[in-house]
Design a protein around this ligand. Structure first.
Ligand code: NAD
Length: 277
């Protein structure tokens, strides 16, 4: 007989192991029915795609962002998503966000490009706060709830820049490398409580964050937008295309799906072969 263990439909295999039985859940209930997810940076780009996917997979989604207009657009178009306006650089506000969260998606991010001698220290501090300290605070608050129920998923939207550096992106690269470390510690501490933690590591994804970079670089290099994508952004990748936000959401779904119990402390690359070098 199938049963629900760690949130997934399971059966007992021939050797006595409990194994996922995906076909049994597919027709009955979506994988996150009855679960609550919190997604940061949900008003735009990857976060919006993640929020839509989590809602389609049955979760009640808390969409956190400082962009209230973007949140309004998301909630208007998607059922099961609730807007939670919050500036994640305000750590007191982060500590006031709901703690009863089953799937925590740390996604909000911002970029600043400058050589280190000219890098504004306040900007560095802001980026570390939003992209590393806020994820720590959110995990710190959500983990006791996840531990109490013996199930939880932490999905950290890192980047190829969590694994590789690029010049002029000191804060972003430092924050993403830090997030990779935080994710692994959560994985080790959470394992005994049915909690997994992983990083998603895409290269360039077609979002407003990247559209802004394309425009900036086109101006500074004196070349057109297509040339920036081909000659600058896709230069280190073997697969010469931008990733789509929905592809990142598809990979995230693996991390909370029926085969996810043993995927933890991992960094899942979606970088067109960038890190194969
Ligand atoms: P985006 O600019 O489209 O979305 C980022 C969201 O984060 C925005 O809605 C913004 O309002 C929100 N945000 C920023 N600062 C905030 C703050 N202080 N408080 C609350 N919300 C805040 O960018 P995106 O490309 O969708 O990026 C999402 C994540 O994916 C980021 O962590 C980014 O580093 C990562 N990522 C992006 C790419 C890419 O190429 N686009 C590649 C790898 C990783």
């Amino acid at each position: 007989m199938p049963s629900r263990i760690n949130g997934a439909c399971t059966r007992v295999g021939s050797a006595g192991w409990v194994v996922p039985s995906c076909t049994m859940t597919a027709a009955s209930a979506p994988p996150l029915a009855g679960r609550r997810a919190l997604v940061t940076g949900a008003a735009s780009g990857i976060g919006a795609a993640l929020a839509r996917r989590l809602a389609a997979d049955g979760a009640a989604v808390l969409a956190v962002d400082r962009d209230e207009a973007g949140l309004a657009e998301l909630t208007r178009a998607t059922t099961g998503v609730e807007a939670v306006p919050c500036d994640l650089s305000d750590l007191a506000a982060v500590d006031a966000l709901p703690a009863e969260v089953d799937v925590l998606v740390n996604n909000a991010g911002l970029q600043h490009v400058a050589p280190i001698p000219e890098f504004d220290p306040d900007r560095f501090s802001l980026i570390l706060r939003v992209m590393l300290e806020a994820p720590f605070r959110l995990a710190r608050r959500a983990l006791p709830h996840m531990y109490a129920q013996g199930w939880g998923r932490v999905v950290n939207v890192s980047s190829v820049h969590g694994l590789r550096a690029s010049p002029f992106k000191a804060a972003y690269v430092a924050a993403k490398h830090g997030l990779e470390g935080l994710s692994k510690v959560i994985a080790l501490e959470g394992a005994a409580h049915g909690v997994t933690s992983n990083c998603l590591d895409p290269a360039y994804v077609r979002t407003p964050l990247v559209e802004r970079q394309i425009a900036d670089q086109a101006r500074s290099h004196g070349i057109d937008a297509d040339a920036v994508v081909e000659q600058v952004m896709l230069a280190p990748a073997a697969v010469k295309r931008l990733v789509e936000p929905e592809e990142v959401a598809e990979l995230a779904a693996v991390l909370y799906g029926p085969a996810s119990a043993s995927i933890t402390g991992a960094s899942l690359s979606m970088d067109g072969g960038w890190t194969a070098h």
